[in-house]
Design a protein around this ligand. Structure first.
Ligand code: PMP
Length: 380
């Protein structure tokens, strides 16, 4: 039987038709006035996504490139970074720091738990030499969202720079860079921004720029100063021209919906999935589940890798499994980016059928019903 492909993973996420078509325009040379006009417009309008007036640099890379760029541009040899590690992407911050010879003060958080602002405060007190605090607003590997606003409150009156990885969090959970005093926000195209993979973003404020001025770690392609010099009309190297067209269209769509409504849509979709999981008698992994992706513990007696395969191969539903130490132990259903209530119904329905096919005692339709009830209650 014909089978459609449903992308229900926390990245890459579905791309709207309007955005796909925007990428189908003929290429403009990136050094022409026509393209410069578009790039300057996008450099300005992208600030809305970060709720900032600061510069946002656009890189032709995936999110990890922007993470690496942030470490390489803010820090210097022998510097110390406080790093929150509560999942695979916190680990990535740590690995990048180590690759650049930066000393790491690790705040280890159980996977699925969140760091408390008090822990950050303590680490800053004990390590006055630290220059940055590296956090992850949405730890995609565990479906956990941290209270970045409260963390920023603790960091803002110190000389430390607060950096957050919002690769999966941007647009899916409230993040107000300027109002909250977050100094650097890192993001990427293939999640809440509704674009294909291939662009990464770094929003940076003046306080953080002071570190850039003194940084002596090696860098070339990702040198922020080179990007600043060319801003806002150009990038130092060839940008992903077609993706800039797509970004312009995606920002337009986000503006039309309104960022508060985008956050709220993610909240409703996540609530529906959580209600379905509860109705099915399954368990969430996270103690602070966010609105990006719901991490669900694989029930006893079921092979987690097999479950992801059945969902994908039998039903066409591409969800994510576990990463790192959670491989085979969880599955993750995303409600991220260009998704609506029927994407969630698809995810829940195919999860119900897959579990039943694998012999798990489940009442078909129970999760779907719970999700529908949330949608009805929310009036969507
Ligand atoms: N950080 C987070 C929180 C992520 O979810 C991801 C991607 N899953 C990354 C960083 C890495 O991004 P990329 O795969 O685009 O390099």
């Amino acid at each position: 039987m014909l089978k459609k492909n449903y992308i229900l993973s926390p990245g890459p996420t579905p791309v709207p038709e309007r955005v796909l078509l925007a990428g189908a325009q003929p290429i403009l040379h990136h050094r022409t006035p026509q393209f410069e006009k578009i790039f300057a417009e996008v450099s300005e309008s992208i600030k809305y996504l970060f709720q900032t007036k600061n510069d946002v640099f656009i890189f032709a890379s995936s999110g990890t490139g922007a993470m690496e760029a942030t470490v390489a541009n803010l820090l210097s040899k022998e510097d110390t970074a406080i790093v929150v590690v509560g999942g695979k992407f916190g680990e990535r911050w740590e690995e990048i720091c180590k690759a650049f010879g930066v000393n790491v003060v690790r705040i280890a958080v159980e996977w699925g738990d969140v760091v408390s602002p008090v822990q950050i405060e303590e680490a800053i007190k004990q390590h006055p030499e630290a220059k940055v605090v590296l956090t992850t607003i949405s730890e995609t590997s565990t479906g956990t969202v941290s209270d970045l606003e409260a963390i920023a409150e603790v960091v803002k009156d110190t000389d430390k720079i607060l950096v957050t990885d919002a690769v999966s969090g941007l647009l899916a959970t409230p993040l107000k860079m300027d109002e909250w005093n977050v100094n650097v926000v890192v993001a990427a195209s293939q999640k809440g921004v509704m674009l294909p993979p291939g662009l990464a973003f770094v929003a940076i404020d003046e306080k953080a720029w002071r570190l850039v001025e003194s940084s002596d770690l090696p860098k070339y392609y990702f040198d922020f100063k080179a990007y600043k010099k060319k801003a806002p009309k150009q990038t130092p190297y060839t940008t992903s021209v077609s993706m800039i067209f797509q970004l312009r269209e995606a920002i337009e769509m986000i503006k039309e919906e309104g960022i508060e409504n985008v956050w709220e849509r993610h909240r409703i979709l996540a609530d529906a999935v959580r209600a379905a999981i509860k109705a099915l008698g399954l368990e969430l992994l996270s103690k602070s589940p966010g609105n990006i992706a719901t991490a669900i513990k694989v029930p006893e007696g079921i092979d987690g890798l097999q479950l992801v395969k059945v969902l994908r191969d039998k039903h066409g539903a591409v969800i994510a499994g576990g990463q790192g130490k959670l491989v085979g132990k969880i599955i993750r259903i995303a409600h991220l980016g260009y998704m609506d209530k029927f994407d969630m119904i698809t995810a829940i329905s195919s999860l119900e059928m897959s579990l039943k096919e694998l012999g798990y005692p489940i009442e078909l339709g129970k999760g779907v019903r719970a999700a529908e009830e949330v949608f009805m209650r929310e009036g969507v």
